[in-house]
Every structure is written in C-alpha cells, then in structure tokens.
Design a protein around this ligand. Structure first.
Ligand code: AMP
Length: 466
C-alpha cells in the first residue's frame, strides 16, 4: 500500500493542495483507484461514503484536467450525483483540492441559480457536477453539449437506482462520446447496477474496499428496547441523548420524513439544539441547516436516509436510530456517519416490538450481534406545548442545558422548492383530501401528509399564514 500521496502519479499542484488539507496518507480506495484513473482506465469502485472515495476521483481528475481546455457549452468532465447535497459536496472538494488550479466548475442542481451556472457553461466548464434530471433539463434546452465529455463519473449508483434515476443515466450515457472514460462508484452491486456497468463501461478495473461494517470496531453499537408509541420513543431518545457520554454532536435518523419534522420540533420543545433535514425543505433551508450543524451551531440533526445520504460531516460523535431502518444496508450507511477516519463513535438504535424482523436482517448483514443496553426511560413526559414552554426554550425538562447550545427552530419551509431530482422519490405520501384538510385547518400540501396523527402543535404550525 502506498504510504503517501507522492507515489500515485498526481501532479504537484494536487499533492500540494492535499497536504494543505492536512491529509498525509491515501485511503484504501484512493491508493487503489488513483493510478488507474490517471491511466485513463474505466473503474468500478465498490466503496461507501466515508472511505475517501470522493478524493479518489477528484484528485486524478484535477491532474488530468491540467492539460487541455474547455470549450463553450462543452464540459470536459461530467459528475452525476443522486442528491443536491452530494453534488454540492463534490463541488466543495473541487474547491479544496483545486485551489492551485484555475478550473471552472459548474453545478447544476435544484436551488442554485441556473443563470450563474449557465454563464460558467457558456464560457466553458472543465467540470460539470449535476443531478441527472437537472442535467437532462439543461441539455434539452440546448444549454449543454455533451460531445466533449472526456470523463464521466457516476457516483452512488445504488442510490441512483433507489431513486429511480437509472433511465436518466442510461439516456445520459447514450448522449456522451463512446470513447470517454467512465468512473463508476456504488456501495453495493445489485443486479441492475451490474447490468449498467456491463453496458456502459469498457474493460473496467474493479476495486472493492472494506465495507463500513468491517470498520465498525471504532463504533460502539447499542440497542435500546422501546415501546411502539411515538411519545414513548421520543422520551427514550431524549433519555439516551442526555445519558450519552462525550456527545459533541449527533445525527438522529427517522424512517419517514414526516417523522423527521415531528421529532425535530419535539426535541426543540424539550430545549435541545436541533435542526431537521428532509426532502420537503427548500434548498436554502437545507444548506443553512447543514452548515449550522457542520459549524456546531446545532448539536443535533434529525434526518431521513435520503436527505443524509453521503453527507460529509467529518466528526459526528453519535448516531441515533429513532427507527430501525427497513433496509439493512441503511443501517451501515447511518452508523457510518460516526466513527469516521479512525475516530471513535457511538450508534444507538431504538427497537420497538415490531422491529425484530428488520433487526434480524441487520444483524445478519453486519455479521455481529449488537448488545442491548438498559433503557433509562421513565414514564414518557408530556409534549410541552408552545404556549407553556415558549418556542425557544433552552433548558430541558429536567432543567439542564442541552449540550450547551442555544436551541434553534427546525427548518421545514417548503417555499420555493423546485425539487426535480433528489428526494422526489423519497417517500410517497398520501395527500390529505382537501375537504379533510380544510376541516382540520391544515394545508393540504402539508409535509406531514395525512397519515397518522399529527400533534396539535404541528397542525398549528402548518396552518399558520406565511
Ligand atoms: P468521502 O468518502 O469522500 O465522503 O470522504 C470521507 C471523509 O474522509 C471526508 O471528510 C474527507 O475529507 C476525508 N478524507 C478524504 N481523504 C482522506 C485521507 N487521505 N485521509 C484522511 N481523511 C480523508
């Protein structure tokens, strides 16, 4: 294994930027992939986020892009990402590692002004980072020509499959020059993904790096038995958060996006410093929440799987699974948010009686038992109402300040959301009947849908005139 970045064939501009970022040793995927990318080979990288896979394509791409130049509306490289956040993160990586270059990078995602990005494309983009639907949209408007693409990156292919993007990807591949280089990354290789690689890659080098489950030694995993009522689960969660050792920040995962908003508001009312991340928020709110969490202005982040997929948040001390994930793979993705890059972390999963089937699937997948821990839960506390507690109360029920951070409102605005790609298939929700909505006094387009009971304080919130 290469001990440092100097032996991989990267240019000095790139290795200087890597050193400035503080990285001294390439990760497994970087050491294995970079020489092949520089050698213009097609790659299938079976690697999850957290393995350093982004730099494994960004660094050699930067080196490759040092020769040649972009032409108007003909991007030289194209990177497809399933979500806006992932696309934005890749963009950040180009800024970080490309600081010694003068490359133009365009970002085509929802919530980012097309006008600005089109200016970059018109001048000639070295790199175009996009979600598939946005890319096709701009292609159809004649804003982009794809005949100059030398390198195509398809990132998080299995997530693209989950989100229904495979037809878009097939279409895009058909629009690109056949003599391009294709770098294909996926955490898993289901048959549909395998089929894609057979169709669109030429003589690829297959690189597989250790699954996150095998790096789990750095993550302490625990199960907590809870009742099935949401208020019991919320009380158990609060107890676990309060009792958690060395908690600096945490991500809390819910299976359903409507529960993300409900849980975040509940935690906020209990005085926690918390933000929410789910598919019904506009781009600006999501970015703001993510930034606040990254910069420690928020201690807790409640998220759905799709919203949190691949987020690069380097030092999360704790992960809480408010729900046992339905797909066992998601458990690995979720707990992979902590214990990154050799740091220790803790992952707690609340398990209700109905979850045993999904728990069994997880244990089978990770091939290890997860120990049960004592639940510190007392009788579930009543949800404090807005009138009684005030919306920005900073102390918890027991009077202790929560993790030393001021509480901030969870962001759930849907205004101006022009979602096209990511999250559009996150979770089908039943739209309330307009008459039912009117009778309840709720917005029929409420992010909470009509499923299940909606706590009174949420009904008030969504019916408030904006
Ligand atoms: P990724 O798998 O691309 O999401 O990267 C996961 C995290 O690893 C990010 O926070 C990167 O900044 C970080 N990282 C990337 N390369 C290295 C490296 N060679 N050494 C240590 N950390 C790295």
């Amino acid at each position: 294994m290469t001990e440092d970045f100097s032996g991989l064939g990267l240019s000095s501009k790139v290795t200087d930027a890597v050193a400035a970022a503080g990285y001294t040793k390439p990760t497994d995927i970087q050491a294995k992939a970079i020489p092949h990318v520089l050698d213009k080979k097609d790659i299938i990288g079976i690697a999850q986020t957290g393995t350093g896979k982004t730099a494994s394509f960004v660094l050699p791409m930067l080196t490759r892009l040092e020769s040649g130049r972009a032409r108007a509306r003909m991007p030289r490289t194209l990177i497809l990402e399933p979500t806006r956040e992932l696309a934005a993160q890749v963009h950040e990586n180009f800024e970080k590692y490309g600081k010694n270059h003068r490359l133009s990078v365009a970002l085509l995602i929802g919530g980012v002004s097309f006008e600005d990005q089109n200016k970059i494309l018109d001048r000639g983009a070295d790199v175009l980072i996009a979600t598939p639907g946005r890319m096709l949209d701009q292609f159809e408007r004649g804003r982009i020509l794809l005949t100059g693409v030398e390198i195509l990156v398809i990132d998080e292919a299995d997530r693209m499959l989950d989100m229904g993007f495979v037809p878009d990807i097939e279409r895009i591949c058909g629009l690109l020059p056949p003599r391009r280089q294709t770098l294909f990354f996926s955490a898993t290789m289901p048959p549909e993904i395998e089929k894609l690689t057979k169709r669109f890659l030429r003589d690829p080098v297959k690189i597989e790096v250790a699954r996150q489950s095998s790096t789990a030694e750095t993550i302490t995993q625990k199960l907590i038995k809870v009742g099935s009522k949401p208020e019991e689960k919320r009380a158990a969660l609060r107890d676990q958060i309060r009792a958690a050792e060395n908690l600096t920040n945490a991500i809390i995962f819910c299976n359903r996006k409507r529960d993300v908003a409900t849980l975040a508001r509940s935690l906020e009312r209990h005085g926690f410093s918390v933000g929410a991340l789910h598919g019904d928020m506009d781009q600006k709110s999501r970015m703001e929440t993510l930034d606040a969490f990254k910069t420690n202005k928020l201690t807790l982040l409640v998220a759905s799987d799709v919203a949190a997929r691949g987020l690069d948040i380097p030092a999360v001390s704790h992960v809480f699974n408010f729900d046992v994930p339905v797909h066992a793979e998601d458990y690995i993705h979720r707990i992979g948010r902590t214990g990154r890059a050799g740091r220790s972390g803790a992952a707690f999963t609340l398990v209700a009686p109905a979850d045993s089937k999904h728990l069994d699937a997880i244990v089978k997948l990770i091939q290890r038992d997860i120990p049960w821990t004592e639940s510190a839960t007392a009788a579930p506390a009543e949800e404090p109402s807005e009138e009684r507690r005030g919306p920005r109360r900073r102390k918890s029920d027991d009077g202790k300040a929560e993790a030393g951070k001021p509480a901030r409102p969870a962001r759930t605005s849907r205004r101006g959301d022009t979602r096209k790609d990511d999250e559009r298939r996150e979770e089908p929700r039943r739209k309330p009947d307009p008459r039912e909505a009117a009778a309840l006094g709720i917005d029929e387009n409420s992010p909470f849908g009509a499923d299940g009971p909606v706590p009174a304080f949420l009904l008030r919130e969504v019916s408030r005139p904006r």
